[in-house]
Each structure stands twice: as C-alpha cells, then as structure tokens.
Design a protein around this ligand. Structure first.
Ligand SMILES: N[C@@H](CCC(=O)N[C@@H](CS)C(=O)NCC(=O)O)C(=O)O
Length: 237
C-alpha cells in the first residue's frame, strides 16, 4: 500500500507555478507537491534537470502513467485537462479556441509580463537600471491586456463562457498586473473577469499553495518581499 497520489507536482509560488495548482484545486484532485526553492537553485539541480531540461517550474510526474513527466505549464494544463476531462470544451472549435488563448498566454502574456516584472522588480533592485526595456515591456503588456479586454466584452470567460485551461493559464499572470507595474484602468471587461475569478474559492485557495506571494497582487510588505525575491536572482548580475 502506498499513500502516493497519481500526480506529483514540482512548483513554486509564481504565476506559472500556480497554474497546475489552480487546475488541481478546482478539479478536486489530490496531489503530492514539492516546493522548489529558487534561493537554493533547486530548479537547476541535475536531478531536477532530468525532469525539466529548462530548469524552471512547474513540472509534473504522473505516477499512474509510468511516471510520465510533463514540463511547460501550458502543456501540463493540457495534459491534466485531457486526463481528467475537465476545463476543456467538448466541441472541437471551442477546444481549438481554448488552445489558441492558451498559446496566446504562453507565447505573449507570460514572456512579456515576465520581463516587465524582471526588469522592474529584480534587475532594478539589483542595481541594473534599464528604462527602455521597462518602457517596452510595460507598453507591450498593456497592449496584451487591451486585447484580453476587447475579447472579454460580452463574455464570462475566454472561451465558450466556461472556465477553461485558457482562463487558468491567463489569470495568475494578468491578475499580477501590480507586480508588473501595469495599469489595468479603463479595461472594464478585463476587470469584471478578474472579479469573476477572484470569486472562485478553489482558485483563491490555490494562490496560497505552496505558499502565498501577496506582493504579486499588491498586498503585504512590498519593499521586503521585493528585496527577498530579488535576492534569489542575485547571481544573474
Ligand atoms: N514557459 C515555462 C516558463 C517557466 C518559468 O519561467 N518558470 C519560472 C517561474 S514563473 C522559473 O522557474 N524561474 C526560475 C528561474 O528562472 O530559474 C512554463 O510556462 O512552464
């Protein structure tokens, strides 16, 4: 007899790291979790690189499928959606739309907002000032938020008025606009979508696993959290 659960998740409290947690909490699936400590560079350890060659979180191992490993948060969400038959529309066009918005998050919102966050909250804090990069990434991030806002007009969720993996991927990024020093003023449909997802208990519970990082959402001692977070990346400069 073993108490091991099917899914073993390696993650950390970040926008990408929360995606599989949101899925699993929403779907009511029990899972094992290993919190990866960036301060100790655990994401770059040789053992971890065998699971995730990119040296980043999240990663899952599916013990019920010959320890099949999945890395890249979008691929993890898709794998879980197919495995558990949740948060993925049945209709093939809606399924394609879900993949399109998931790709939009993975290829645009994540990388661009991630750089807006990095240059302002990490590089600047470590003494690297790059105003042009900041201007570019914040402007691009705002443009991406405007695209979401336009698309969400008259819609409850990104696709087919149901909560899908596209919402699950996009929310922990877009909702962290504070950390990217990005204004979402004047974007009523995006803000209404935030309110709708903020009201989902399982999603909010997920944001406290493996531990909260409230600074992403403008709460807590921002100065201290910013300092602590930047410290983890001090070898970058
Ligand atoms: N495209 C990857 C990006 C993963 C990623 O950048 N993860 C960040 C946290 S949000 C990370 O592990 N950072 C640690 C590092 O850069 O060493 C995914 O979506 O899984």
């Amino acid at each position: 007899m073993t108490n091991q659960r099917d899914i073993h998740l390696y993650t950390a409290p970040t926008s990408n790291g929360w995606k599989p947690i949101i899925f699993l909490e929403e779907a009511g699936i029990k899972y094992d979790i290993t919190s990866v400590d960036f301060a100790k560079k655990e994401q770059k350890a040789p053992e971890y690189l065998k699971l995730n060659p990119n040296g980043r979180i999240p990663t899952i191992i599916d013990r019920s499928n010959n320890n099949f490993v999945v890395f890249e948060s979008g691929a993890i969400l898709w794998y879980l959606a197919e495995k558990y038959n949740k948060f993925l529309p049945k209709n093939s066009d809606d399924k394609s739309l879900t993949l399109q918005w998931l790709m939009f998050q993975m290829a645009n919102i994540g990388p661009i907002m991630g750089q807006a966050m990095y240059f302002q909250r990490i590089a600047a804090k470590l003494g690297e000032q790059h105003p042009f990069a900041i201007k570019r990434y914040v402007k691009e991030s705002r443009r991406l938020m405007e695209i979401l806002n336009t698309h969400l007009k008259g819609r409850q969720y990104l696709v087919a008025d149901e909560y899908t993996v596209a919402d699950i991927a996009t929310y922990p990024w877009a909702r962290a606009y504070y950390w990217a020093k990005l204004s979402v003023d004047g974007l009523p449909h995006l803000n209404a979508w935030f309110d709708r997802i903020d009201a989902r208990e399982a999603t909010q519970r997920a944001l406290e696993i493996p531990e909260p990082f409230w600074a992403f959402f403008g709460k807590g001692d921002i100065e201290e959290l910013e300092r602590e977070n930047a410290e983890r990346f001090k070898d970058d400069v």
